[in-house]
Design a protein around this ligand. Sequence first.
Ligand code: SAH
Ligand code: SF4
Length: 382
Amino acid sequence: MNATVIASSEVSARVNLLGMTQPQLEQFFLDLGEKKFRAQQVMKWMHHAGVTDIGAMSNLGKALREKLQRVAEVRPPEIVSQHDSADGTRKWAIRVSGGGLVEAVLIPEAGRATLCVSSQVGCSLDCSFCSTGKQGFERDLTAAEIIGQVWLAIKSYDAFQAGNRRVVTNVVMMGMGEPLLNFDNVVAAMDLMMSDLGYGISKRRVTLSTSGVVPALDRLARVSEASLAISLHAPDDALRNQLVPINRKYPIAELLRSARAYIDAQADSKRVVTVEYTLIAGVNDHVDQARDLAVLLRDFPCKINLIPFNSFPQSDYQRPSGNAVSRFWQVLVDAGFIVTVRTTRGDDIAAACGQLVGQVVDRTRRSERYRAAGQAAEVQAR
Ligand code: SAH
Ligand code: SF4
């Protein structure tokens, strides 16, 4: 493991250009009395070249650069610490303005590298197995703070300079927070991930995961082409009400209806929903529950991702045995589903799902000021 302290804090009143979509940035330049094609130039500097110094954007002209520097800036969030796992997983603790802390994790696998991105500091939805939920909600991340996680992951490998932004091939909105409760900023950031003037990642490789904020998911279908994952975790409403409290408001049938409508709205007819199912020993891992799940999802276009529960100090839940996971998996496979089991990565740096609170704090020896403010964070990495 190797830890590095990289940056310190700064607060600014200037407009941060990093999180603006192309139409927003074009409007910004028009409002400044400038031509809108400047937006494209600045986007290439920020997202293709990794440049944050407006003064170095040489094709803008000196007068425009000076004007821009007075009102705007390009400011990614700050890396408090970076850890490399023996298995190649890299994890960052990231400070956002106001002092909150979130984490991002990059998980390299054969032929790809998936960045797990946070959308909020904390989460208000309080799922019973999730340590982010236990922390409560602090605030939404800005679009700049969300896309900034992609920016700094690429930067940390010096990959902008090398012309190889493909060190991040996939993004999953599966870090801290419920992305659909920070709708506009998440949609803007995902737009930047997928657009050519941003990071050019295919829409199949940018995935939003939701616990089921149905009205927002219905809305998302009208504005986004990203892939969709839903956090189901139970085959029936009685159990899901206990695990995922928002189910009391938007029960399973509503969620499946909305998720199906989401993929039906996509031009690409081959798409499926990823169903996430965190397996908790003695709670939702019985073979009868696997059979019920198979019945529930019989006609639903999906693949299933089983996530063995990752323990954390405030939880009494246990991870099921390998045998229990296999038995659950087998029932679903026999029923004809495509089922993956998420392997735990980055264990030595506490980067796995739900493992991170506290350990981040201890291992990076954050300042007492931070501790006092209780600005701990976590992420569920994949
Ligand atoms: N709020 C969104 C995205 C963040 S959570 C959502 O709930 O979908 C991302 C995934 O991590 C969810 O599927 C969640 O079930 C899973 N997760 C949370 N805590 C976990 C834990 N302790 N062990 C295993 N998976 C966990
Ligand atoms: Fe929030 Fe997702 Fe955790 Fe539930 S599982 S508390 S929605 S981050």
